[in-house]
Design a protein around this ligand. Structure first.
Ligand SMILES: [Zn+2]
Length: 329
């Protein structure tokens, strides 16, 4: 995480794309929604059913001569509630399809019931008392979301082409922040809609992602994220329009700064482990991010677990027991 931009910010959007920042109740602040005005009219990340979000979206459409009825597609970059909460509602209002990465379907259709998430907290040393916090969070999210009719779903895979707003977008699936996260790239104007994969002012959290088919019961989110970073260095977009915060350019610079951040965070975590002798991910999160409360603790634990995976791959840590306790190798 960081406050100052990791790459030069750019205050413009290309013709035919309109940006509106929609409010969320989360610490991350507003989510960037983009309306692609031309055929097929597409709304990217319509936010949540919270505060005046849907009125803002309606006013943005109206200011550009469009109504909900004109919207043909609602694209969800990834299945986190700040991005998809209102998607089902908008799709119903517009009779539109809901477009997202294939691997995101469980998250957007079962937002309230995450037994596999509650399962992995055991291994991370998260106290039982936190379970109620997680349940309350998911219930709160349900209040601000609208169910998505599965018949509306149009699923994307890496390498697909998606016509939207008068452009043919390349679909890039980049696991890390979320396993089925999609970014859309227009190779003509070299514009990238990056969702939360690339952000100017914060490094995306390697959010814990349950996966019952793995030994760990979860994805190795940060390892996957760093592998996904490569791809947009090669593509080198001229303009990146992200899911939060300002647009920016210079993906190679952003990527370099991101790698440095993760290297120094891993060093920092190894130092804390040496000082404590051994610790669970939850205990480490408390040491590094003592200010976190409620569900945000989960983001701190995610950040820690991601770096523990890196350190383990480097042979610097040993893991034992249940819950997992880490010590220096
Ligand atoms: Zn987000």
């Amino acid at each position: 995480m960081s406050g100052t931009p990791l790459a030069p910010v750019v205050d413009r959007v290309p013709d035919g794309i309109v940006h509106v920042a929609l409010p969320t109740p989360f610490p991350v602040g507003p989510v960037n929604c983009y309306v692609l005005l031309d055929h097929p009219v597409t709304v990217v990340d319509p936010g949540m059913l919270w505060a005046d979000s849907t009125q803002l979206l309606e006013a943005t459409l109206a200011a550009n001569g469009r109504t909900f009825g004109d919207v043909a597609q609602v694209l969800i970059t990834h299945g986190h509630p700040d991005h998809f909460g209102a998607a089902g509602w908008l799709a119903d209002a517009a009779d539109a399809s809901v477009v997202c990465g294939r691997a995101e379907v469980p998250k957007i259709t079962q937002a309230t019931d995450r037994p596999s998430m509650i399962d992995i907290v055991d291994r991370l040393g998260i106290p039982d008392t936190m379970r109620d916090t997680f349940r309350a969070f998911y219930e709160g999210v349900q209040q601000m979301s609208h169910p998505i009719d599965p018949r509306r779903l149009h699923l994307l895979d890496d390498g697909d082409t998606l016509p939207a707003g008068g452009r043919d977008w390349q679909v890039h699936v980049t696991p890390g922040h979320s396993v089925g996260h999609v970014s859309l790239y227009d190779p003509h104007e070299r514009v990238l809609l990056s969702g939360d994969h690339l952000l100017a002012c914060i490094t995306p959290n390697p959010v814990l992602e349950p996966d019952p088919d793995t030994l760990e019961g979860r994805r190795r989110s940060l390892v996957e994220y760093l592998a996904s970073l490569e791809r947009f260095i090669r593509i080198d977009p001229l303009l990146v329009l992200p899911g939060h915060g300002p647009g920016f350019q210079d993906v190679p610079a952003l990527t370099e700064a991101t790698r440095r951040h993760h290297d120094s965070r891993a060093d920092e975590i190894l130092e804390v482990i040496r000082r404590l002798g051994e610790a669970t991910p939850y205990e480490l999160s408390g040491e590094l991010f003592p200010h976190l409360r409620d569900f945000s603790i989960m983001l701190g634990v995610s950040e820690v677990v991601g770096h523990l995976d890196l350190l383990e791959d480097d042979g610097k840590l040993v893991r034992q027991g249940h819950p997992h306790r880490y010590s220096a190798a």
